[in-house]
Design a binder for this molecule. Sequence first.
Ligand code: ADP
Ligand code: MG
Length: 709
Amino acid sequence: MSYSQLDRPVQFLKGVGPKRADAFVRLGVTTARDLLYHVPRRYDDASTVEPIVRLEVGMDASAIGRVRSKGVIPTRRGLRIFQAVLEDDTGMITVAWPGQPWLDRKLREGDTLLVTGKVKFFHGRQLQPREYSILSRASDQDAGTGTAGEPGSGAASLAGGLVFVTYPATEELPQWVLRGIFDKNLEAMLGWADDDEYLSPQVRTRLELPGLAEALTLLHRPTTLYDAERGRRRLAFDELFFLQLVQAQARRKATALEPGIAHRRTNRLVRPLHESLPFSLTEAQARALREVYADMQSEGRMNRLLQGDVGSGKTAVATFAMALAVEGGSQAVLMAPTEILAEQHARGVQTLLAPLDVKVQLLTGRLGAAERRQALGAVASGEASIVVGTHALIQDAVRYRALGLVVIDEQHRFGVRQRMALLERDDGRPDVLVMSATPIPRSLAMALYGDLDISVLDEMPPGRTPVKTALRSPDARASVYAFIRERIAEGRQAYIVYPLVEESEKIDLLSATAEFDRLRAGPFEGARVGLLHGQLPGSEKDTVMRAFASGELDVLVATTVIEVGIDVPNATVIVIEHAERFGLSQLHQLRGRVGRGAEESHCIVISEPGDDALERLRVFRDTTDGFEIARADLRIRGQGDLFGSRQHGKDAMLRFADLLADEDLLVTAQRDARALISADPELTQAEHSPIREHLVARYRHRLAMYGVG
Ligand code: ADP
Ligand code: MG
């Protein structure tokens, strides 16, 4: 791989000695390139920073000024307050940090500060900062002191449209030190950045993105906030493009490297299935089926994700796909995360296929030895056209006569590695359809599952009664229990969900186990109450779930283990305790446990009033659309750990891209990455070698994860 100056350790940069180099490592910066990509976390300009004269009591504002004087002021109650008088061209203001006298040793007269906080009235105007940073030092040889007027340096004036940058800093590497190091080295580093450019000028023009060196210049030294945003978009594109390249290689390996099965459509089963269906397909189902059929009938191998909320009709789509496989002479497999779900699927598929002469074979761990032998025989001989079971179906040494389609339900229980392993079976190349009932925004789906093609069921079958959602405070529990007792009297069932299994002394949360005892003895005395949580042995979990599903229990006290794997149409109430502890999408999954029958259903969410989470819970109450909830969840919780494992600092998968804001970039990145991989699969053409080098150098781990490295 070609060597760039940017690969050199930070220590050789001006102003960085061994001590600072160590401190940089702790900041995640080891090479000059890392430093160049250590971009500001915050920008301030005249639109965000107030001239000091304009600061008024009651404002929440940012200001920049020089420390004119400072000192610690004792108060009568013993609290020591550090105060500084900050000055810019327009005036002065007192800035106060109550209880932080040590700041007197950190700040010097003449330092330039950026402060953000509330302006209060206290012997005149006084700003109490939530946040501050030293933009430049008064008298320090080492500081990037200021050539006033130069963008990004520590000038105390906003005249001339300056933008002040604030870097992610640490105690060891404070703001002013970082700024000083950038002042000394940025120009050289930007010069080397051309080594990393992999987009041709033509492509950049088409994408309307700046070159790499220009983008980094805009990020470090913007003259307007718009500049900084232009720079960010370029780096965001890079991240998305390389992620998509990895996934495009995985997709090619899965679908194009070797041919799959071109299923023959005879309509022998598909047509009668249509005619016998007690409903007509939704637009969304019809669209998804067209996509699935096209994949299946083509030479290429299908590798498709079918996304849709609980009840949107995914199983129906899967059943048609399986019918197509079977009429073309293949076998189809449907895999579920739990045995109970597998049994439910088997029944559901059987019901839809009842008018047709198709053998559906259930294959789970509950079969006795003789039954199992018989089942395996039917699968091996091809007598069983459709096999339904748990995910273990693929690990087991199950032999098929002609496996042509694999459908995986609840694929999020199924990691990328398992998915890729599934593609490498030694008994042919079946088409693969994975289904997910966890709605995620399109951009997120593209980012996470860029190796798959995606079909979305964004429409519910008609005639559903939406689940009624209510927010209640803990003191309303008695009436909630009374409501449940009424439903039980009508023959219905209820879930009560807790975030913990056992009571913890540290956190005062209700736990499933303790509440189970309390509820059984008190509010639900005489009712049949069961307990379900993840720490129960598998067989016991299974017994409890079956008892609830068959109506032998009235109330199921549970943790989130019920999120997937249970479908009980007779359950019409779900109560979620400590709802503030759950994410929006998780709440939505839990709510999906009810509303599965004809009866009106209720989701009652219990949370302390005045909790920060209240706004989130209101969104949940007022929204039934899973995709909308997922967008809100992403907006509120951020995209922090989407890609699993710890993702911080420079190791974060997406530092610049914002999946909600950059959907357009993602669409382009995916299209370009797929086009590139189909034109030059191994990236061996000379013009693509910078891309290949970058991919291998920075994405080795991810390539390995997809088995394409
Ligand atoms: P999912 O697998 O997405 O949770 P299912 O396929 O199990 O959804 O469908 C949920 C219920 O809706 C089933 O009882 C199914 O028979 C029914 N259903 C599916 N598609 C339609 C439709 N187009 N119109 C009416 N009912 C439908
Ligand atoms: Mg095919």
